[in-house]
Design a protein around this ligand. Sequence first.
Ligand code: NOJ
Length: 753
Amino acid sequence: MRHGILFLFLLLSPGLARAFQPTQVDKKVDSLLSLMTLEEKVGQMNQYNGFWEVTGPAPKDGDAAKKYNHLRKGLVGSMLNVTGTENVRAVQKIAVEETRLGIPLLIGYDVIHGFKTLSPVPLAEAASWDLEAIRKSAEVAALEASAAGINWTFAPMVDISRDARWGRVMEGAGEDPYLGSQIAFARVKGFQGSDLTLPHTILATAKHFAGYGFSESGRDYNTVDVGTTTLYNDILPPFQAALEADVKTFMNSFNILNGIPATGNSFLQREILKGKWDFDGLMVSDWGSIGEMVAHGFAADGKHAAQLALNAGSDMDMESALYVEHLVALVKEGKVKESDVNDAVRRILKLKFVLGLFEDPYRYCDPTREAEITGSKAIREAVLDMAQKSIVLLKNENSLLPLPKSGKKIALIGKLATDKDSPLGSWRAMVAPNSAVSVLEGLQALGTHSIKVAQGPVIFEGSANFATEVKVNVTDKSGMEEAILAAKGAEVVVMVLGEHGFQSGEARSRTDLGLPGLQQELLEKVYAVNPNIVLVLMNGRPLTLEWADKHIPAIVEAWQLGSESGTAIARVLYGDYNPSGRLPMTFPRNVGQLPLYYNYKPTGRPNDPGQNLVFWSHYMDSPNSPLYPFGYGLSYTTFTYSNLQISQPTLQKGGSIEVQVVLKNTGKRTGKETVQLYIQDPVASISRPVRELKSFQQVELKSGESKTVTITLTEKDLGFFSPEGAWVVEPGLFKVFVGGDSGASMKVEFQYE
Ligand code: NOJ
């Protein structure tokens, strides 16, 4: 075994990575670059999936053997899906000790909502509107993942989406660019912390650049065609926010955007990201997305795809193996500039310095730390806190909730009530299967009721995982009668219904957003014998719930809450935690309304009651309005808003204006309200949304307590991007709406001059 010469060179050179100023890092990067052959440079731009039992013998079979060979020759710059200190140390050792230059690897992984201990799925976390809790959740995910060898997460996904058919909405922050931007910022800060040389912080990735959430018909990987006003005003802001938080890497996306695959899109990657925005970090492709440009009909073959991707600004090739195969020839043929290769490699090497990997390539590989941190009490407490804050109370007629902790005959119905797996959701990293606290376990641990469990019919046949389809039972009704019987004999029925943990996520688009399988029938049959139902929903996306909303007295949106799911749900059902979540995405009445979102543009034919009965923008068979609007959520207490005021009638250029409202807790319990402020620019050079969220504050008040809430607006809250991408703030009237959801009706106005 020999040490790479570069590793020795770095060890002997004065100053270690932690002490480097950026210019010193740049100098180090450049001196390293000058030692590298073109092949070695291209190797740094190559990222492979974990391809062999790293702790076992080297593989003999074709592809894996080739990859292993590449690793030993210094032709791999990063690996993904290698986890655990032992495995990471093994691949790092090959890179450091067996290659000529000994350059350590970036170790990437999808740490989306935790590593071995899971927080709620990201959409659920977004429902908390609690930026500090969200930051903390990313921080503990980074803590646990970094202890297992990971130094780079492919998160946060900051794609805005307005279409609940798209399964990946579970992985984002919902439909709103403002909320999405705040959350993107918080998540990047959580993962990266303030010092990336510390072993518990990891590189974050803003993905997927760009437009992936706008896939036509909500079908994953499908075409995206959006105008530039949507691109600049709705899609890009969360990416800019991630950049403001100093995100170190971006990932491009699978989709075409207006005809050009994002991966080969120079406008997105070179002109906007690396040009206008001056991003000096790393752009990684999505999995195989360089190769997929052939299927898109954009590249003739793999070599052409590599050429297009590099020229467009993709720095690292995830799993297409096309850079490593073709870039050297492409440089020699003059189709790709060596200066562009150098630029990409600089970006990659810089991050390795920033992480301190040259100082100690095994800094994330301490098995003692791994054992101490994994599943620690502090991590479990943080994910429980996040889980209870993510729950949204959708309906609570006659204050059916909260339930007392004892003395009731409860029927607990539905397969998901005892399920310990589905609450983990999709993108579950290294969590053990069946390891979530179930609703039954949560209710039993925190209360002393007599609980009769009746699972009802099978919902999902067999077992599904990340790589297999979920099969839904629609024929076998056994279990239905037992559930009905249990409901008959109960005082309160708690029904836990919803989606399988792998029914949302990547490649999990759906055309029907009702309760899957026989669950709607079960709900209606149980209701017929006992309407005193608390419906707990477990799902990774908005569902269509019109029937339930009309009939069921209490509805709790509990999403997929991760490892502490059942405890969080029980805490809310029993009133130990007063629900404070608000929807980060509109819940439609039916799939036909999609895409549906609160910040739509006015049409030339809005509703004008009594004037135009037919020729206005509407459906013949459904209202335009959602079932539950963006920002909506109830509490066990009630709040009133009064005395909305504005500090002055005019906001001068460069100045600010204050909006004040008095919030009062008019109910019997302490509770948290999310005061939301929306703005409308009624006349502008381009048609502007009917309203846009511009600020929110979470305020906790005791029963009877009031507080004056003050929100400051500046001209930055009034502007927008023109179709050419220029930021403009136009003088004129602005309307301000304040309230508890996007339907807020209290209004004040001011002029901007
Ligand atoms: C494909 C997904 O689109 C991306 O988000 C993920 O990071 C990569 N696979 C790696 O797993």
